[in-house]
Ligand binder design. Structure first.
Ligand SMILES: NC(=O)C1=CN([C@@H]2O[C@H](COP(=O)(O)OP(=O)(O)OC[C@H]3O[C@@H](n4cnc5c(N)ncnc54)[C@H](OP(=O)(O)O)[C@@H]3O)[C@@H](O)[C@H]2O)C=CC1
Ligand SMILES: O=C(O)CCC(=O)C(=O)O
Length: 453
């Protein structure tokens, strides 16, 4: 399917980028999605073109790569590779999560850091974009092994970060346990108690609502998008992928607001529960994934529902889709299946879960589509609020933080509407274009103000 925005200029821009980033497919994919909508905007605003702002945004400020050597429970020495991509700090300290997963590569972290720069700008808070992680696989590791790895990882990373420099947080494979081990090691190495990581425990500088924020924010975005088009969440059937942090709190909030979530998944397959995953069943999943670190198929055994091994849930019929597992989990074929089954709206909880031709298919079919940099910005927004609370040395309560998160998500929705009016084929709000332009302007204007650097 051809993309209506595509121009020779996008092709020329991407050809240059491919020469410099050969084989980095995820990074190239993320940039292409942005370039397709930003280059026409830049053409109308030549100050950005002359200063080569987009070209500069596509080149990270720096990338750090380092050895992480640690000992497993049998006394074997293990070696992994750690990274931090500091993409852009035009509007604030680098900010973004750490991913521990066997699939981690420079391309994946560069795409995530690039996206993060736009996302953080969209929140309205003063945060630049960064991302990091390691090709460490936490699955099957003991607590002690995870602690040894996290301490070894921070023993190098600590010299590159700081509360006014770069503030990491969690992502896939990095939750409260890992953030705690890394914060403890930073504190030990620097002899400083500062807000250098977010997603910390509530006892040591963490923020209420941070754990829930990405999932809750994603549902708030869906709610705003539906309301803007005269629909609500009530009685809608929701298909959720993943069963980690983002998926769990997407399921919780969607259910609280009247939708029925019928699927969740992990890398081994998906469960389909036609009666819906209610609060009690979700509590089982939270314990299964967060404490016992088991497989989603145990849900099917316990509640007597279907488990589809090795498959994603996109063939299930539903009204709303929330991809919340990982990048590139919705292909164009999946998108067509969802469209054929009458899907009304897609809100991306994961980062870049939909291939570009899948996005095009949704938009051409008139399916409301909120891209990840807008839809999952609630997590980093509350991380930004955690930084604020740390700086002020106080803690806001849950109600205050949820209200602030709610307002930030509406602000993001409205920015998308403001800059995303009129998709060329359907004339409906183009949330992809809106998020890209709104996220771009603030960073680009700051870069212009600094001159060439
Ligand atoms: N945590 C946060 O605050 C934020 C997270 N995100 C994004 O949300 C997504 C999920 O993150 P989060 O919930 O924190 O991570 P978790 O580690 O808590 O959960 C990840 C989930 O995705 C599944 N998964 C991971 N890789 C694959 C794969 N290759 N195929 C199928 N399933 C997979 C995991 O299954 P299994 O258990 O089998 O590994 C697990 O269910 C990521 O894209 C992340 O970048 C975005 C914004 C903020
Ligand atoms: O809270 C943060 O800083 C990180 C969130 C994140 O990694 C993301 O938005 O993808």
């Amino acid at each position: 399917m051809s993309n209506t925005y595509e121009t020779d200029e996008v092709d020329a821009f991407m050809a240059g980028l491919e020469r410099r980033n050969s084989g980095e497919t995820e990074f190239l994919q993320a940039v292409e999605e942005v370039a397709t909508t930003i280059l026409p905007y830049i053409a109308k605003n030549p100050k950005y073109k002359k200063a080569r702002i987009l070209e500069r945004m596509c080149e990270p400020d720096r990338m750090i790569s380092f050895r992480v050597a640690w000992e497993d429970d049998e006394g074997n020495v293990r070696v992994n590779r750690g990274y931090r991509v500091q993409c852009n700090n035009a509007i604030g300290p680098y900010k973004g999560g750490l991913r521990f997963h066997k699939s981690v590569t420079p391309s994946i972290l560069k795409f995530l850091a690039f996206e993060q720069t736009f996302k953080n700008s969209l929140t309205g808070l003063p945060m630049g974009g960064g991302k990091g992680g390691a090709d460490f696989n936490p699955q099957g590791k003991s607590d002690r092994e995870v602690m040894h790895f996290c301490q070894a990882f921070m023993t190098e990373l600590f010299r590159h970060i700081g509360p006014n420099t770069d503030v990491p947080a969690g992502d896939i494979g990095v939750g409260a346990r890992e953030v705690s081990y890394m914060f403890g090691q930073y504190k030990r190495l620097k002899n400083e108690f500062v807000g250098v990581l977010t997603g910390k425990g509530l006892q040591f500088g963490g923020s209420e609502i941070r754990t829930e924020a990405t999932g809750y924010g994603c549902v708030y975005m869906m709610q705003d998008m539906l309301n803007h088009h005269d629909m609500t969440l009530k009685d809608q059937i929701a298909i959720v992928s993943g069963s980690g942090n983002v998926a769990q709190y997407t399921c919780e909030k969607a259910t609280q607001l009247g939708a029925k979530v019928v699927t969740m998944s992990d890398s081994s397959g998906y469960i389909y529960d036609k009666d819906g995953i209610d609060a009690e069943k979700l509590a089982f999943i939270m314990e299964l994934k967060g404490v016992r670190r088991g497989r989603i198929s145990e849900y099917a055994d316990k509640y007597g529902v279907e488990f589809h091994a090795g498959k994603a849930p996109w063939s299930v019929k539903g009204d709303l889709a929330f991809p919340c597992a990982t990048q590139n989990e919705i292909t164009v074929e999946d998108a067509k299946t969802l469209i054929g089954n009458g899907i009304k709206a897609v809100c991306e909880g994961a980062n870049m879960p939909t291939y570009k031709d899948g996005i095009d298919a949704f938009q051409h079919a008139g399916v409301l589509f909120a891209p990840s940099k807008a839809a999952n910005a609630g997590g980093v927004a509350v991380s930004g609020l955690e930084m604020t609370q740390n700086s002020m040395r106080l803690s806001w309560d849950r109600e205050e933080l949820d209200a602030r998160l709610r307002k930030i998500m509406t602000g993001i929705h409205d920015s998308c509407v403001k800059h995303g009016d009129g998709h060329p084929t359907t004339d409906q709000v183009d949330y992809v274009k809106g998020a890209n332009i709104a996220g771009f302007i603030k960073v680009a204007d700051a870069m212009l103000a600094y001159g060439v650097m």
